[in-house]
Write a new protein. Sequence first.
Length: 310
Amino acid sequence: MKKTYITLLFLFFIGIDSFAQQISKEEMLFLTQEWKGERFEDGRPKVSDDLLRRMRIVTHDEAWAVMKNAGYKYQYADGWEMINPDSIMVGRALTATFMPGRPDIHGAIDARGKAEGKKGQNVWPVDLLVKGDVYVADQFGIHDGGPTIGDNVGNAIFANSGNGIVYNGAIRDIAGLKEIGGFTSYYRSYHPSHHNQPRDLNTMLIGINKPTKIGQATVMAGDVVLGRDGAVSFIPAHLVEQVVVTSEVVRLRDMFGHERIREGKYTAGDIDTRWSDEIEKDFSQWLESHIDELPIAREQIQEILKNRTW
């Protein structure tokens, strides 16, 4: 009777796509329809490597302001433990969502995975990672009995993605994880235990690349993850270019303003308020005369000058 029950559940989960672990391409396209750029084969937004590179100088303050003005209030999460806290992590989110283990549902999910040749649920999302991804997992904050990432899985994550993790739960083997160069990571706690030991079901994987919750942030697969200064921002793919360009403009205006204040040409009050037409004109001339000396590529500055609305 029990075997028949599990089989029926297995068939039930196969038949209803909304319960499948990995989001369908159609649902991915539907949920990320504001993104008009390149995509991975599964439909996940693929923000360009150039924008990822330029994102590395963006601050949370700059990203937050752009997102909030666009109506995205819940894209920032802090309060983390960290590996490599002085490093900056940037990449495209691949999401995973775990829930507290329940034998009937876990059994059905496991049966489907084994039929597809898969092993432990904790590595299903890891196997999908590609270079430039960041593994973003909601492990519902579980501590004792919760870790699905130790040094073996951590090495697999880094080998596949070249990045670390944003992990809403406990990790294990922290000494081994710290030995992985470049494994910049954000996690909630450390515990030496392991998830789902025999007769001790703790967790189950209920979503891959579906919207997930990290702290008070809503994260969608393909969001750009910015991890720095003890916190993480999750930037929707269609807002990434606006965030990057805004940051570049702010940085150039700060450089100009600080230089002019030091020269005594303007006061802090002149620079710290809405600029006069005279200052705006001076700034444009300054950009053109310093175009080869600035920390932003010539073509990017030329694009800023061409499209500026100030």
